[in-house]
Design a protein around this ligand. Sequence first.
Ligand SMILES: [Fe+2]
Ligand SMILES: [Fe+2]
Length: 162
Amino acid sequence: MRISDAMVSAINDQIKAELDSAYIYLAMSAYFKAEGLDGMASWMKKQYSEEVEHAEKFISYLYERGARVIIPDVAKPKESYADALDVFRTAYAHEQYVTSRIYKLVDLAIEEKDYATQSMLQWFVDEQMEEEDNTGSIVSKLEFLGTDKHGVYTVDRELALR
Ligand SMILES: [Fe+2]
Ligand SMILES: [Fe+2]
């Protein structure tokens, strides 16, 4: 069955959202590096690579369906933040936003009875649950330990292990 134009266009928009995410995390990594928080910088760098992989997954899927991929402009990400907690709160809110986007894609795939796309999207539904859990628990840890040097340093050391 041929994939619909609406579905192709929605997936192309999601490719942009994944690449925007990658850029946001790369900028967060650069922010942490400048702050001397190497563990957080490395965690965010890995997050960046994962988002690039997500974009690539959607790209491969469109190729598999014989559809045209549009490589988008990427928005310039924010450069500065109040502190580490501000960064992770922003990342957590961003992941919740991405989850809502994935759910909308699922809605469209269901509406169109596009079972292949629904099946592909299930991986992203599961992945988003994990992404929200990861970023959300870092927010909780920073809130619990406090954003003084000691709390931030403790979390930084832990995140270096990812
Ligand atoms: Fe993603
Ligand atoms: Fe993500």
